[in-house]
Design a protein around this ligand. Structure first.
Ligand code: NPQ
Ligand code: MG
Length: 368
């Protein structure tokens, strides 16, 4: 396969409601899409960066820059490009995993479409639908939170994740447990908002029977998570800290993580994501598929990943409607708390041209 050109397309999708986390509030999703053109087929990639470097060091403009300056030119030289060669071809460029992941996704999608294979089958999926959880932002009041959680449970979501930060943690968890009972699968995500000095405070979450506490401490404080685990009984799940299969293996060995949130963008792509799933399976560490408010393109690929055998916990693979009134693909709709794994070649979905054009803010064609 030869890459003959690549389109960078920026889209802006309004969120159905503001989404507040410990690092800020988003009201629209500014997404960088990639369309890889090869002699045989086209493929779509979605870059999960945010506009500002607040979740990780990456951000949208930086991803577009590194793609056009370094990553795409490095692949353009390959006469016989295959998706599994993308990682090695880009490895000498440090970091920029989200940008690399988007490029690998686009090449992989093109390759699979060209040969009529599905991403799910390629990755080793064993299910045709996946149970879905939902991530619930920080709210202005407990009443608003209970209304939101109640609505999602009515829609059928099988697991609730509450975003937390200092000042919004024990009480919202208590309120959700009191209103909806102990049977609801419930977990929390701090997005690095705490320090080890908060260990005793976080241990106050223990009585509520949470599935896990996600990324309480800073990205680079892996050892501190192992220390935290001596005080807190709730299982610790890492998100931001896990950037590769190697870092996952190290964190597990350190006793810093009992569960892993796998996000393909954060780790450099779907192929590395599968390697992380393999590492975790070998250590009996449960994994689940995270989310970055993807459009239907990234959502389709995430649902395929979530259908792999090690993904034993419901993921943040919510329906399109959780975030967007209109998705750029046919919408993913929750059925009995599940989303169907796409069955068409590649990622299995296509953008709807008119909708895509409506949300597009800029396009740039790279060719050589
Ligand atoms: C997480 N995602 O697991 C994140 C991070 C996150 C679904 O909770 C705009 C775009 C806002 C991407 C907020 C979920 C976001 C975002 C949070 C990603 O940590
Ligand atoms: Mg997280």
């Amino acid at each position: 396969m030869k890459l003959t050109g690549l389109e960078l397309r920026r889209i802006a999708m309004p969120l159905v409601a503001p989404f507040r986390t410990s690092f800020g509030t988003q009201t629209t999703r500014d997404i960088l899409l990639l369309r890889a053109v090869t002699g045989d087929a086209e493929g779509w990639g979605e870059c999960v960066t945010l506009p500002d470097p607040v979740y990780s060091s990456e951000y949208v403009d930086a991803a577009a820059d590194v793609l056009r300056r370094f990553l795409v030119p490095a692949l353009a030289a390959h006469e016989r490009l295959e998706a599994h060669l993308v990682g090695p071809a880009l490895a000498h460029f440090k970091g920029h995993r989200m940008a690399k992941a988007a490029l690998e996704m686009a090449v992989l999608d093109a390759e699979l479409r060209a040969s009529g294979r599905t991403l799910a089958r390629e990755l080793g999926a064993v299910r045709d639908r996946v149970p879905c959880g939902v991530s619930v932002g920080i709210m202005g009041s407990t009443g608003e939170l209970l209304d939101a959680v109640g609505g999602y449970l009515d829609e059928g979501y099988v697991r609730i994740k509450l975003k937390i930060e200092p000042g919004w943690d024990v009480e919202p968890v208590r309120a959700v447990r009191e209103r909806f009972g102990d049977d609801v699968l419930l977990q929390v995500d701090a997005n690095t908002a705490y320090t080890l000095a908060d260990a005793r405070h976080l241990a106050r979450l223990d009585p509520f029977g949470l599935l896990l506490i996600e990324q309480p401490l800073p990205e680079e404080d892996v050892l501190a998570h192992a220390e935290l685990a001596k005080t807190v009984r709730t299982p610790i799940c890492l998100d931001e800290s896990i950037t590769s299969a190697k870092s996952a293996a190290d964190a597990i060995k350190l006793g810093a993580c009992h569960v892993v949130n796998i996000k393909p963008g954060r780790v450099g792509g779907y192929l590395e994501a599968r390697r992380i799933a393999d590492v975790c399976a070998a250590h009996d560490v449960p994994v689940w598929c995270g989310g970055m408010l993807e459009s239907g393109l990234g959502r389709a690929a995430n649902v395929a990943l979530a259908a792999l055998p090690g993904f034993t916990l419901p993921g943040d693979t919510s329906a399109s409607g959780r975030y967007y009134r209109t998705d750029i693909t046919p919408p993913f709709v929750l059925e009995d708390g599940h989303l169907p794994v796409p069955t068409a070649p590649g990622i299995g979905v296509d953008p709807i041209p008119e909708v895509l054009d409506e949300v597009t803010t800029s396009t740039e064609w790279l060719s050589w």
